[in-house]
Design a binder for this molecule. Structure first.
Ligand SMILES: Cc1ncc(COP(=O)(O)O)c(C=O)c1O
Length: 497
């Protein structure tokens, strides 16, 4: 049955809004929440890294749509009892899986402030946009990009890489491709990345309409960096058969082992061949903040665009992905689209063009810049750089422990903060896969796995600023312990520690 809107004058009064009936009550509740979350971070070592989710907790989130109001205190209790204990675990120093930042209390507080302002950073003239522009300027300075560079916060590097493909596409085909589609010429465009590049690059080629087959996977050398000679040869072969190479994606820190492509050589090749040079620097790009690591990233300053995540090595709470493009005009050419309802003015709230919505697909955008601004200001880049360097030193320590232990085998060179290794066993792929799950379920640590030449490796990425020597020792002990149990026949009895 449809209900018509009432024609009587609307009722007035504070109980007609969603504001609290008592500001004192919500203030007290808010203080409790804040205290609890600060305790959660401060006491994180007292908890397991991760724990399996009991059916009862999962069932809580299969509830009916709530039609009636529920007391905030009760909702919060449900959060405390059923959400907090079963989070991913990346706040914990024992979390070493995939590539996860640990976050900070500073970032958490900034996120709360941003939610209070409830700013929409798609556009218009307000200081939150200036804060984002400040981060663009700082990022530009970090990478030595020219003044005309532009940048934008996005969810993560997967999105930033996709946007870079779109920018490179418009640069190659011209803006008419935005109205007419990529057409026949677009079908010939070909991109290049190493076999070690992250899967989101192939996905970006797919989503951009080229198809993932239009991405050539180029072989890597022994250090897992792209073979530049093989790349050059592939480009020549493709040109010969009438294809149109347009984009090379270099990796500044591959996801598997932390290899850095020779960015100088790639930028020189791209200049020679007139190709767009994009760098996937998801976590590695922020290595420029460490004086020891920065020289290894030489060439980054010559890129046409860089994708990176402040939520990884930068420790900004999720999410805080970022794309910076050397030529701001080319960036705008790929995304700006006039609309009557988004008309720009020279004064008033609609001033301040170009707006962030001219630099990406999103119109509604949150204030990711604030937690990044707080993080960069509260710690300073020297301290952040030292923290990043320390994660690499810890990876070196883990490598040394592996090399000193005959029951373990190092599986790849340790170049940054990622260590791939395994427990020596007859059925090593199965045994090591089980060891990783056993360790995760024990709550002691949370490594992940990867496949290197068909061999399953235990993969520890030291990204969290809280990780210390004791956490590395605990990981080694757990691998040896579960490895012995898995190979002696008496399976482990996982306990949540
Ligand atoms: C090298 C690399 N590229 C891209 C990504 C994807 O980034 P995001 O998860 O922020 O989308 C990752 C994630 O770990 C990565 O390591």
């Amino acid at each position: 049955m449809t209900r018509t809107l009432r024609e009587a004058p609307p009722q007035t009064g504070s109980n007609q809004t969603l504001d609290p009936q008592s500001w004192d009550d919500i203030r007290a509740q808010g203080h409790r929440m804040l205290d609890d979350m600060i305790d959660y971070i401060a006491d994180i070592r007292d908890r397991p890294v991760w724990r399996p989710i009991p059916e009862e907790a999962r069932a809580r989130f299969r509830a009916e749509l709530p039609r009636q109001a529920c007391d905030l205190g009760e909702v919060y209790r449900e959060f405390a009892d059923y959400i907090v204990p079963y989070a991913t675990g990346n706040v914990h120093p024992g979390f070493m899986g995939w590539v996860h930042g640990g976050g900070t209390a500073v970032g958490m507080l900034a996120e709360m402030l941003a939610a209070g302002l409830n700013a929409n950073l798609g556009g218009r003239d307000h200081i939150p946009i200036e804060v984002e522009r400040q981060i663009v300027e700082w990022t530009r300075a970090m990478f030595g990009f020219p003044r005309e560079a532009s940048g934008i916060f996005v969810t993560g590097t997967s999105m930033a890489n996709l946007m870079a493909v779109w920018v490179a596409r418009t640069a190659a085909l011209g803006q008419t491709a935005r109205q007419q589609g990529v057409g026949g010429e677009g079908a010939l465009l070909t991109a290049y990345a190493s076999t070690a590049a992250h899967g989101c690059i192939a996905k970006a080629m797919d989503l951009a309409g080229f198809g993932s087959d239009a991405l050539r996977s180029v072989a890597v050398d022994r250090s897992h960096s792209i073979d530049v000679a093989a790349l050059r040869a592939q480009i020549a072969r493709d040109r010969e058969i009438g294809l149109k190479p347009f984009l090379v994606v270099g990796s500044a820190g591959t996801v598997d082992v932390g290899a850095i492509d020779d960015l100088k050589a790639l930028s020189a090749l791209c200049r020679e061949e007139n190709l767009w040079f994009h760098v996937d620097g998801a976590y590695g790009a922020l290595g420029v903040l460490s004086p020891a690591l920065a020289p290894r990233l030489a060439g980054l300053e010559d890129a046409d665009s860089i994708a990176l995540d402040f939520h990884k090595w930068g420790q900004v709470p999720y999410d805080a992905g970022f794309l910076i493009v050397r030529d701001g005009q080319q960036h705008r050419d790929a995304f700006s689209a006039p609309a009557a309802y988004l008309r720009r003015e020279t004064r008033g709230l609609a001033a301040g063009s170009p707006w962030p919505c001219d630099l990406g697909p999103d119109l509604s955008r949150g204030f990711r810049a604030l937690k990044t601004w707080f993080t960069l200001k509260a710690y300073g880049t020297e301290k952040l750089g030292a923290m990043i360097e320390r994660t690499c030193t810890l990876a070196g320590y883990l490598k040394a422990r592996i090399l000193a232990e005959p029951r373990l085998e190092l599986m790849a060179p340790v170049q940054l903060n990622i260590v791939c290794f395994r427990y020596r066993a007859a059925n090593a792929n199965v045994v090591n896969g089980d060891i990783v799950i056993d360790i995760q379920e024990s709550g002691v640590a949370a490594p992940s796995t990867t496949l290197l030449d068909g061999q399953l490796a235990i993969r520890a990425a030291i990204v969290n600023h809280r990780t210390d020597v004791g956490d590395i020792d605990a990981l080694i002990s757990a691998v040896l312990d579960f490895g012995a149990r898995r190979t002696s026949g008496d399976g482990p009895a996982p306990e949540v520690g």
